[in-house]
Design a protein around this ligand. Structure first.
Ligand SMILES: Nc1ncnc2c1ncn2[C@@H]1O[C@H](COP(=O)(O)OP(=O)(O)OP(=O)(O)O)[C@@H](O)[C@H]1O
Ligand code: NI
Length: 407
């Protein structure tokens, strides 16, 4: 296999606040290969945005990348080595801020954020901003840049682009503005686009259209994406492979079909069970019990154990790293859960823990069995629907969960 486009190894990003050290990203490893759409999914506060900002070294004070390695096309975006004094220092071959700004950002790796109004200036026309961006980044004369801007607007499905070119951001709908940002991201033909919840603020129909557009453009330009979302429905729609994040860690990593059909981490199961689906009424949804703890003081052992229906005593003590538990489509399926044999942690012999989830899960109406050896029926349920209904696992009900899971 060829080298991945982007390789992230054991990345740690922390914020040094008065209240303590926030371990926002705590040792994550993943790759994005050429032409892939890779998901980063998890609840609010999991560390998805901090992880994606770290990739372009956009973390600001009091935050800092404290460990790990980020490699893009063989270039070191971040890396540490031990200096002569024994202290860690930045590696010599690490790109400078200037190099990141001029050679990587925009040209090689573009970013699309959730709120287009943050990226678009309200006092300049859409076309003017896009043209200027193209002029600066592609070294084209004004006329050619304008032509290219109009072409890009058409490419992302803005009707009547010559006309809309002269309009201001407030004259565009949310979905149209997001299309403009996609045009801007694509304008320099980057190899990788990092998209941080770019469709979260949109209604479901518009979101669907944008996801379709991304799929099309991805096919055409062979751009790779790192797609950040809290929504498993979005993951099912566009991702090839997915990383599930919980409290700063990647707890499961697999090709998307494999993740949905053969879920290996109870947190992923919980995320999938909390996802609206056409075959379920809202009343049948099972919200994940409890709230994610603070990243300042994460729980001992497995960080998910206080909320996990399958937690055993050992899960309080032993911290699982993500290990390969299966292999699918030429990719490893990794999970950080002690119940798997590869951990050899004595899970089977360990007494079940009384977690909040297990107490409430006993209520018959919930339909979910208590933890213990047979506690995987959540996952079994899911096998029947999500993928089999043709990649449309969600419907109009999806917007319902937005307010609750994001912000
Ligand atoms: N500037 C900052 N100072 C202190 N803590 C921060 C800062 N930025 C982020 N954090 C913390 O880092 C952790 C991860 O935040 P992050 O924004 O990456 O989560 P997320 O997964 O993107 O969530 P969401 O879905 O809400 O966007 C959180 O605990 C957050 O409070
Ligand atoms: Ni975020």
């Amino acid at each position: 296999m060829t080298d991945p486009l982007l390789r992230v190894e054991n990345l740690k990003t922390q914020f040094f606040t008065d209240a303590g050290t926030v371990r926002a990203v705590d040792g994550i490893s993943f790759e994005v290969r050429e032409g892939e759409i890779v998901g980063l999914v998890g609840e609010s506060g999991a560390g998805k945005s901090v992880a994606s900002m770290s990739l372009l070294r956009l973390i600001e004070d009091p935050g800092e990348i404290v460990a790990g390695e980020i490699t893009y096309k063989g270039e070191t975006i971040f890396g540490l080595e031990e200096g002569p004094d024994g202290e860690l220092r930045e590696r010599e071959d690490m790109l400078s801020n200037e190099e990141i700004r001029t050679q990587i950002r925009g040209n090689e790796i573009a970013v699309i954020f959730q709120d287009p109004m943050e990226s678009l200036n309200p006092v300049f026309t859409i076309g003017g901003q896009l043209r200027e961006f193209i002029e600066l980044n592609r070294d084209l004369p004004k006329d050619a840049a304008k032509e290219e801007a109009i072409r890009m607007l058409r490419e992302v499905g803005i009707p009547d682009p010559e006309q809309r070119y002269g309009e201001y951001p407030h004259q565009f709908s949310g979905g149209m503005r997001q299309r403009v940002l996609i045009a801007m991201a694509l304008a320099c033909e980057p190899s990788l686009i990092i998209a941080d919840e770019p469709t979260t603020a949109l209604d479901v129909t518009v979101e669907g259209q944008i996801l379709e557009l991304v799929d099309e453009l991805q096919d055409k330009y062979d751009t790779s994406f790192l797609w950040v979302t809290h929504d498993m429905g979005v993951v099912a729609e566009i991702c090839d492979r997915v990383n599930v994040m919980y409290l700063g860690e990647i707890v499961e990593q697999a090709p998307v079909d494999e993740l949905f059909h053969d879920t290996k981490h109870p947190y992923t199961t919980a995320l999938l069970n909390s996802m609206p689906r056409p075959d379920r009424t809202v009343g049948e949804l099972e919200p994940i019990e409890g709230v994610m703890p603070e990243a300042i003081n994460p729980p001992s052992g497995c960080r998910f154990h206080p909320r996990c229906p399958e937690a055993r005593e050992v899960c309080q003590r032993v911290h699982p790293d993500a290990r390969e538990v299966a292999h699918a489509d030429g990719h490893p399926h990794r999970a950080a859960c002690l119940k798997h044999d590869v951990f050899d942690a004595g899970y089977d012999e360990s007494p079940p823990l009384e977690t909040a989830t297990q107490e409430t899960a006993g209520v018959p109406a919930g339909g979910r069995s208590t933890g213990g050896p047979g506690g995987e029926d959540g996952a079994t349920d899911l096998k029947d629907s999500v993928i089999e209904d043709g990649g449309e696992p969600t419907d109009g009900t999806r917007s319902d969960d937005r307010g609750e899971t994001h912000e």
